[in-house]
Ligand binder design. Structure first.
Ligand SMILES: Nc1ncnc2c1ncn2[C@@H]1O[C@H](COP(=O)(O)OP(=O)(O)O)[C@@H](O)[C@H]1O
Ligand SMILES: [Mg+2]
Length: 250
């Protein structure tokens, strides 16, 4: 039993209210320790829906989701929040607080694991501040720690978001199109950083990405979704021209 999946989706179906088709259809997936997974698929294929099911942000219409062997589709909202603290997440539009500093934004990564009253009064312990400094240093933003996030470049903002996710001490690292707003060079540097963090912290990493070159360069496993179904699950090298036209053409 050395390879129990970290996350498992079993026959997961998602049908949004008012829609006449499934956003995910009888979807099965196991994510295992050490994997760096890149997810390809056209807009509307179901990539974001899949991520929201993995981390308990969206309750599927049918099927079961397991995290470390526990069925989280049975959990209530407080228990789901706890599950989500194990999953660091970054987004296309960074989801930072622009008027706050790098340090303040990174410290909000502790919120899921703290008492509500501490969050309310913005109290952070010395240990939390030291951890935030280490996270900021690991994304190479030490010189910018007091700067307001609104004054940073896109790549720097995404590095702040990565540092914030690290402060959760996650087991799983999720990215929903995290480099879609960045230029190719910056996107590559962000993927490089994610890869280093993935290895150092022994995370399971899953990133939705438009850029096939990045997926091939960094992934240990590639998934492709189409119309809510998994149509490719295998090695990056196997993603041929033929597969790409199957994934992206009508
Ligand atoms: N909140 C929502 N309400 C209704 N339909 C949605 C919602 N979110 C996504 N959808 C639909 O579900 C399908 C999958 O969407 P999504 O998971 O966002 O795909 P992707 O991330 O691959 O672009 C699409 O048809 C989309 O229009
Ligand atoms: Mg999406």
């Amino acid at each position: 039993m050395d390879k129990e999946p970290i996350i498992k989706l079993e026959h997961v179906t998602v049908r949004y209210r008012g829609s006449n088709k499934d956003a995910l259809a009888d979807f099965n997936l196991e994510l295992n320790p050490g994997e760096f997974v890149c997810v390809l698929g056209k807009s509307g294929a179901g990539k974001s829906t899949m991520i929201r099911c993995l981390n308990g942000l969206h309750m599927p219409t049918g099927g079961r989701v397991y995290f470390l062997g526990e069925e989280i589709t049975k959990f209530n909202e407080p228990a789901l929040r706890k599950v989500r603290t194990n999953m660091g997440m970054i987004f296309q539009h960074f989801n930072l607080i622009p008027r706050l500093s790098v340090m303040q934004n990174v410290l909000t990564g502790t919120f899921g694991k703290r008492n509500d009253w501490k969050n309310l009064i913005g109290y952070f312990s010395k240990v939390e501040k030291e951890e935030a400094l280490r996270a900021i240093s690991s994304v190479e933003l030490t010189d910018h720690q007091y700067k307001r996030v609104e004054h940073l470049s896109g790549g720097q903002k995404q590095r702040v978001a990565i540092a914030r996710a690290l402060l959760q001490k996650p087991k799983v690292f999720l990215g929903d199109e995290p480099v879609a707003s960045l230029d190719p060079g910056t996107a590559n540097r962000i993927f490089n950083l994610i890869q280093r963090i993935h290895k150092k912290h022994e995370l399971v990493t899953l990133i939705n990405v438009h850029d096939v070159t990045l997926a091939k360069r960094y992934a240990t496993r590639v998934l492709a979704l189409k119309d809510g179904k998994l149509i490719y699950d295998g090695s990056p090298d196997g993603v041929s021209e033929e597969w790409l036209s199957r994934i992206y053409d009508e």
